[in-house]
Design a binder for this molecule. Structure first.
Ligand code: SAH
Length: 355
């Protein structure tokens, strides 16, 4: 445990001792800001592996998907590439290379809070403009937005049905360790009406940060043109379930232990994201499984091409392809949602789910 990690944990514990239990969402926000701010968690030697780190095919196919949509929508020369939480910049680098071959060379705007990951991104993509949040993105051009495993890292609130009614879950301290407790306030108004009669013990999650970013980006796409592709693990709610989890060294871990030293995430509910887009007048397509999407936009052909070019890597390429599309691996749990300006072309890859 580094000195920074123990200082963070001590500060968190004294804050809880001083002010009382913290809403779980605040705990997640503080922990992840510390966690991502001080390390690169990606890769075999880190805590988890994401799709762009598994294979270049992932970013390349997303780049081609964007270039195709852009070309069929009038090829506006001033369109900008925007990525939310770009990690090491691998997806962006692979996508921009593929876009360039298709004649699309956009300005690059990355929304990233971690100084460590910003440095990694700048090393791969020198001509990048960084943003702390979506508010400062350019307001005068169409946007081609990508977010892979970004929304799952945003803070989730948990509302739980107790014997006394719906209460917010908070992180307190039981004298020995961090523990979940309930706030006293009645939060039933925050529970989707369809779920208010859920049995005692039921947990409902909401993500105000996700809703706010989805609303802001949807407004921009409606005014500025463009589209967004959102990939993450999750579901289409409203749903009952506690999905807050932590991962350390590629294994599930206790989200309340070693705060700030492991990635704390929640499954993404795509319904409020799609709703924000529909409210802004955007076209919504999906979500569909990542496997179906990648198959529809040509991962099999790209895998064959790469294997022919590099026969020694053929087995690795096939292993990576399978991991991305297999329903038993990432193919089903990971979902893909596209939203776009109604005047833009219909996106490829969604089959009969196309709007
Ligand atoms: N998209 C990358 C990395 C996923 S990890 C990949 O697929 O490999 C989550 C990313 O989101 C990291 O880059 C992290 O630093 C960033 N992030 C987390 N919370 C954020 C926030 N509130 N604002 C901006 N970036 C954030």
């Amino acid at each position: 445990v580094s000195a920074e990690d123990s200082a963070f944990e001590q500060a968190l514990l004294s804050r809880i001792a001083r002010e009382g239990p913290l809403p779980l969402a605040d705990y997640m926000g503080l922990c992840n800001a510390h966690y991502y701010g001080g390390r690169d968690p990606l890769g075999a030697a880190g805590d988890f592996v994401t799709a762009p780190e598994i294979s270049q095919m992932f970013g390349e196919l997303i780049g081609l998907w964007l270039a195709d949509l852009w070309a069929r929508s009038g090829a506006p020369a001033d369109a900008a590439y925007v990525e939310l939480g770009p990690g090491r910049g691998t997806l962006a680098a692979d996508a921009l290379r593929a876009m360039g071959r298709a004649g699309l060379r956009p300005a690059v705007h990355l929304v990233e809070t971690s100084p460590v990951l910003r440095a990694a991104q700048r090393a791969r993509l020198p001509d990048t403009v960084h943003h702390d949040d979506v508010a400062s993105l350019p307001a005068d051009c169409p946007l081609l937005i990508v977010a892979n495993e970004f929304f799952d890292a945003l803070p989730a609130r948990q509302l739980q049905r107790t014997g006394a009614g719906w209460r917010e879950r908070c992180v307190g301290h039981d004298g020995e360790r961090l523990a979940l407790v309930h706030d006293d306030a009645d939060v039933s108004a925050l529970v989707p009406p369809a779920l208010r009669d859920a049995p005692v013990g039921a947990v409902v999650e909401t993500s105000p940060a996700t809703a706010a970013i989805a609303a802001e980006l949807s407004g921009r796409l409606a005014r500025q043109g463009g589209a967004a592709l959102i990939v993450d693990y999750g579901h289409e709610g409203p749903a009952i379930g506690d999905t807050v989890q932590a991962v350390a060294r590629h294994r599930f871990a206790d989200p309340l232990a070693a705060p700030g030293q492991r990635d704390v995430t929640a499954h993404v509910d795509f319904t409020p994201v799609a709703e924000a887009a529909r409210n802004a007048g955007l076209r919504v397509t999906g979500p569909v499984g990542q496997g179906a999407f990648l198959a529809a936009i040509g991962i099999d052909a790209r895998a064959r091409q790469l294997a022919v070019a590099n026969p020694a890597a053929a087995i690795d390429i096939e292993t990576a392809r399978k991991r991305l599309v297999d329903p038993a691996a990432m193919g089903d749990l990971f979902r893909v949602l596209a939203v776009g300006h109604p005047g833009w072309a219909r996106p490829e890859g969604f089959g009969e789910h196309a709007a």
